[in-house]
Design a protein around this ligand. Structure first.
Ligand code: 26Q
Length: 833
C-alpha cells in the first residue's frame, strides 16, 4: 500500500469549507436521514430490526458535527494553540448517538423526524452498540475527560487504540460467567473517519548499532526492524452546545505490505500471511485488567504502538506547521499519561528527538521532562507495571538503551543527594534487579515527567507516603492531586430526563455546564412540591430499572423495596464478598423468623471478572447461587431479592445509576484509588454506604456525615490490626457472622455442586486475607441497619437523596479538567460560535 504523509494545508484548502451550517430542524434531519437510508445504504423499506435507520441518522448528525469539527480545527490551527494529548490504552465511550444529539441540541428535532416515520428515537438509539474500548474506571474516566474538555473548549486530543474487539461481553451459564467476544465493528462504526494520509510506521525487533553521520557524529541507529503501519481513525468529540468538536484519534495496526514480495517470491506465501497477521494482531483485542494477564508481549507491543504513533503524529504535525526546527515545541505540548500503560512514551520521545530529529541528550531530555505528566490510578503494589528486560531488549532494543541511560543519569542524581545510600539506589532504580530483571514503568513515568498525580485526595497522600515515598522526598513539587469526576451531561442530564426536569424547574439549566449550581437545590429541601416531584421521579426511575432487571434476569422487583446496588469490576479489594455476606445474613434472619421488620430490599450486584482471575469468577458464581437460592425460597417473598446483573456496561449504568437508592462503595480502606461510580450514584440522588476510601472521603465531606453511611476500619486501623488479624476469632465472637458462615459451609447455596464455594468461603477466614473482609462485617451489618432506619422514614430519605445530588457539584469532570488545566496543562480555551 502506498501511504501519503502529505500535509493538509496548501492552496485551495479554505475553498472546501462550508459557509453556512446545515439546518437542524426535524424536516432537514428527516430529509438527510432518508437520503442516507435510500441512497447511501440502498434500503427502501423502513425496518427497525436492522441497524440501517440508526446508521442513516448517524450520518445525518455526523454531517452537522463535521462542520463544527472543521471549524474547530481551523480555529486551533489559526491560533497556534497549545495542546494537550491524553494518551490512554482505554476510552470507554459507550454509545455516541444520544450524546451527539444532546450536545448539538437536536434531540427533540430527531425525535420529531422519527415520529414522522412512526419510530421512537429510543428504539433507534438502542441499535447502537457500546464502544467498549476499556475495562472500567480508568477507561470511562478518559471518556468523561474528553466530554468535559470539549465542553470547556480545551484543545485536548485523545490518543488510543482502535481495538477490533472491545471489552468482552458476559453471559451467565448456571451461575458462571461466560465470555463472548465483542465484535463491535462488525456493522461498521459510522462515527469514525479513516485518515490514511496520516499513517505512521512503527518499528519492532531488530538491533542497534553505531554509525557516523554526514556531519561526522557518531550516532545510534536501530536496524533490521519488523515494521507495522499505524492507521489513525478519528472520532468527533462534541462539546455541549458550544460549537467545539475535539478529536479522539484511535490507531489501527496494518501490515506494511499486503504481501512481503521477497518472501512471496521465495515461495514463503504462508509466512508472508503470518507476518501480516502478526502485525494486525497488535490492535486486535483489549486486554482485561488483571495481574495474571500481565507480562504478555503483545500488550507491550500495543503500548509502544500507541506511544510511538501518537508522538510521531504530533511531531509531524508540528513540522508541517513550523518546519524542521523543534524550538518552541515544548511550549505548545503536554502529554498526559493515563497510568503507566503508555509510559514507554518517555523513552520514545527521547528516541524520536535524538535519532530522528538529531537532537542531543540534554536538549531532548529538557523537552521530554517538560511535556510529560503521569496520572497514577492504583495503590495495589502488585498492580504496578513491570516488563522483563529480556522482552524489552528483544522487542524494543533502542528503547531499552535509552531507559538504561535515563536510569544511569537519574541514579547519579540520587547518589549526589544521598551519598552512599545503596539501599535507596536499588529501591529507586528503573530496573528491578530482584529475580528476573525488569523495567519499572511507574518509575520511568515519574522520572520522565514534571507532574505526578493521584486521583483522589486520600490516594494522592498515600502515594506520597507509601508507594512513591522516595520520589516524593526527592521531588516534592512534582506530586499533586486531581480528584476524579464524571460528566454530568451523560451521567445526569441525559441519562436521567426525569430528575433533569425536576432540577431544571427548580434552579434553571445552568448546572449542565456548571455543576456547583446544584447547591441551590438545598434551598428546596423543605419545599413540599419539590420533594413530591423528586420522589415521583425517583419512583419512575426505579420502575425503569425494575423493568430492565426483569428483562435481563426474569426476576420481578417491587419498586417499594430499597434498591441496594453494587456495580463495578469484580475484584477482591472491592469486596463484593462483604455484600454477599450481608445478603446471607438478611436471609438467615428471615429464616430464623427475625425478618418481619426488615426493610424490603433488592440487592443488585453486577460486573465483569477478568477471564483469568479465578477468585473473581468464583465470587460471581457465589453471588449467582446465593441469588438463586434466596429468590427461590418462599420465605423471602416481599422481603429480599438478590440479583446478579449480567453484562454490566456503560449503557447499563445509565439506567442503573438513576434507579438506585443505596450506593455500595465498600472497598478495603486504602485500596480503591478513587472510584467514579460512587459519583454517578450520588449525582442521581442515591445515598452511599461506604468505607473511608478513595473519593468516598470527599463525597462524605461534601454531603455531610449525617447523609452518608460510614463503616469500616480506616487505612491506619487496617495497618494496625493486620499483623495480629484473626478472622476466625471475629467470626466465633459474632453470633450473626457464625450463622452466615455455617449456612455458607452447609452447602445450602450449592446443593447440586458440593464444594463450589469452598475457596471463596475460605478466603475471608484466613489470617492472611489481604482484604480483611471479616474485620468489617459487623460494622457493615450495623451500618445497613442504620440504612434501614433512614429508609423507613421516607421523608428523611428524600432529604438525604436531595442533599446528595445538591452536594455533588465538585464531582464534575468539568472541575477535574479545570484543575488539570490550571496546574498541569495551562491551555487557553478556544471560543467558537
Ligand atoms: C495492566 C496490565 C496488563 C493488562 C491490563 C492492565 C490494566 C488495564 C486496566 C490494568 C489496570 C487497568 C484499569 C485500572 C482502573 O480502572 N483503575 C481505576 O481507575 C479509576 C479512575 O481513576 C479509579 O476511580 C479506580 O479507583 C481505579 O481502580
Amino acid at each position: 500500500m502506498n501511504v501519503l504523509n502529505e500535509p493538509e494545508s496548501g492552496p485551495g484548502k479554505l475553498e472546501f469549507l462550508q459557509k453556512s451550517h446545515l439546518a437542524m430542524d426535524a424536516d432537514a434531519l428527516l430529509s438527510d436521514l432518508s437520503h442516507y437510508y435510500t441512497r447511501m445504504l440502498g434500503r427502501r423499506t423502513l425496518r427497525t430490526d436492522t441497524p440501517f435507520l440508526y446508521q442513516a441518522l448517524v450520518h445525518a448528525v455526523r454531517d452537522r458535527l463535521m462542520e463544527r469539527w472543521n471549524d474547530t480545527n481551523i480555529e486551533l490551527e489559526r491560533e497556534g494553540a497549545r495542546r494537550a494529548c491524553y494518551l490512554s490504552m482505554e476510552f470507554l465511550m459507550g454509545r455516541l448517538l444520544h450524546n451527539a444529539l444532546f450536545s448539538l441540541d437536536c434531540v427533540n428535532a430527531s425525535d420529531e423526524a422519527l415520529q414522522a416515520l412512526g419510530v421512537e428515537l429510543g428504539q433507534v438509539e438502542a441499535a447502537e452498540q457500546d464502544a467498549g474500548l476499556g475495562n472500567g474506571g480508568l477507561g470511562r474516566l478518559a471518556a468523561c475527560f474528553l466530554d468535559s474538555c470539549a465542553t470547556l473548549g480545551l484543545p485536548v486530543i485523545g490518543y488510543g487504540l482502535r481495538y477490533q474487539y472491545g471489552m468482552f461481553r458476559q453471559h451467565m451459564e448456571n451461575g458462571y460467567q461466560v465470555e463472548d467476544p465483542d465484535p463491535w465493528l462488525r456493522d461498521g462504526f459510522p462515527w469514525e473517519i479513516e485518515r490514511i494520509e496520516l499513517a505512521r510506521t512503527i518499528r519492532f525487533g531488530g538491533r542497534t548499532t553505531s554509525v557516523t553521520d554526514a556531519e561526522g557524529r557518531r550516532r545510534r541507529v536501530w536496524v533490521e526492524t519488523r515494521d507495522v503501519l499505524a492507521i489513525p481513525y478519528d472520532v468527533p468529540i462534541p462539546g455541549y452546545r458550544n460549537g467545539v468538536v475535539n478529536t479522539l484519534r484511535l490507531w489501527s495496526a496494518e501490515a506494511t505490505n499486503e504481501f512481503d514480495l521477497e518472501e512471496f517470491n521465495a515461495g514463503s506465501y504462508t509466512e508472508a500471511v503470518e507476518a501480516k497477521n502478526a502485525a494486525e494482531n497488535i490492535s486486535m483485542v483489549l486486554y482485561p485488567n488483571t495481574a495474571t494477564e500481565s507480562g504478555h508481549e503483545l500488550r507491550l507491543r500495543q503500548q509502544y504502538f500507541l506511544a510511538s504513533a501518537s508522538l510521531q503524529d504530533i511531531l509531524a504535525d508540528w513540522q508541517r506547521r513550523h518546519g524542521p526546527d523543534l524550538e518552541g515545541f515544548a511550549d505548545k505540548h503536554c502529554f498526559q499519561l493515563n497510568d503507566t500503560h503508555p509510559a514507554v512514551a518517555v523513552a520514545e520521545l527521547m528516541r524520536l528527538l535524538m535519532d530522528v530529529h538529531g537532537m542531543g541528550w540534554n536538549e531532548a531530555w529538557e523537552i521530554t521532562r517538560s511535556t510529560m505528566a503521569y496520572t497514577n490510578h492504583t495503590l495495589l503494589p502488585e498492580a504496578l507495571e513491570t516488563w522483563p528486560v529480556a522482552m524489552f531488549e528483544r522487542l524494543l532494543p533502542r528503547l531499552l538503551e535509552i531507559i538504561y541511560e535515563i536510569n544511569a543519569r537519574f541514579l547519579d542524581e540520587v547518589s549526589i543527594r544521598w551519598p552512599g545510600d545503596n539501599a535507596r539506589l536499588a529501591r529507586m532504580s528503573l530496573i528491578d534487579e530482584n529475580g528476573q530483571r525488569s523495567v519499572r514503568m511507574a518509575y520511568l513515568a515519574i522520572v520522565g515527567s514534571f507532574s505526578v498525580n493521584g486521583v483522589a485526595a486520600l490516594h494522592s497522600r498515600l502515594l506520597r507516603e507509601g508507594l512513591f515515598r522516595d520520589f516524593a522526598e526527592l521531588w516534592p513539587e512534582k506530586f499533586n492531586n486531581k480528584t476524579n469526576g464524571v460528566t454530568q451531561r451523560r451521567w445526569l442530564a441525559a441519562c436521567n430526563p426525569e430528575l433533569n426536569a425536576v432540577i431544571t424547574d427548580a434552579i434553571g439549566e445552568g448546572w449542565v455546564t456548571d455543576l456547583e449550581q446544584l447547591d441551590r437545590l438545598r434551598q428546596q429541601v423543605e419545599n413540599t412540591a419539590f420533594r413530591d416531584a423528586w420522589q415521583s421521579s425517583r419512583q419512575a426511575n426505579k420502575a425503569r430499572l425494575a423493568a430492565l432487571v426483569q428483562s435481563r434476569t426474569g426476576v420481578t422487583l417491587d419498586t417499594q423495596m430499597l434498591f441496594d446496588v453494587q456495580v463495578k469490576r469484580i475484584h477482591e479489594y472491592k469486596r463484593q464478598l462483604l455484600n454477599v455476606l450481608h445478603a446471607v445474613h438478611l436471609y438467615d434472619r428471615i429464616r430464623r423468623g427475625d425478618g418481619d421488620d426488615l426493610v424490603p430490599r433488592a440487592i443488585i450486584i453486577g460486573g465483569k471478572a477478568a477471564p483469568g482471575y479465578v477468585m473473581a469468577k468464583a465470587i460471581i458464581k457465589l453471588v449467582s447461587d446465593v441469588a438463586q437460592t434466596i429468590n427461590g425460597d418462599p420465605a423471602t417473598a416481599g422481603k429480599l431479592r438478590v440479583i446478579f446483573y449480567p453484562d454490566y456496561n456503560v449503557t447499563a449504568m445509565e439506567a442503573i445509576c438513576t434507579g438506585a437508592d443505596l450506593s455500595e462503595q465498600i472497598s478495603t480502606a486504602g485500596k480503591e484509588a478513587s472510584g467514579t461510580g460512587n459519583m454517578k450514584f450520588m449525582m442521581n440522588g442515591a445515598v452511599t454506604i461506604g468505607t473511608l476510601d478513595g473519593a468516598n472521603v470527599e463525597i462524605r465531606d461534601a454531603v455531610g456525615k449525617e447523609n452518608f453511611f460510614l463503616f469500616g476500619h480506616t487505612v491506619e486501623e487496617i495497618a494496625e490490626i493486620r499483623p495480629a488479624y484473626d478472622p476466625a476469632a471475629i467470626i466465633a465472637g459474632d453470633e450473626d457472622f457464625r450463622r452466615v458462615v455455617d449456612l455458607l459451609q452447609s452447602g445450602h447455596f450449592c446443593r447440586h455442586e458440593p464444594g463450589v464455594h469452598d475457596a471463596v468461603v475460605a478466603s475471608f477466614q484466613q489470617p492472611g486475607d489481604p482484604w480483611m473482609t471479616a474485620a468489617d462485617f459487623r460494622g457493615f451489618v450495623d451500618a445497613q441497619q442504620a440504612v434501614e432506619a433512614a429508609f423507613r422514614d421516607s421523608g428523611r430519605w428524600t432529604t438525604m437523596s436531595i442533599l446528595n445530588t445538591a452536594c455533588s457539584g465538585r464531582f464534575s469532570t468539568d472541575r477535574t479538567m479545570r484543575d488539570y488545566n490550571d496546574d498541569i496543562w495551562r491551555l487557553e480555551p478556544v471560543k467558537m460560535a
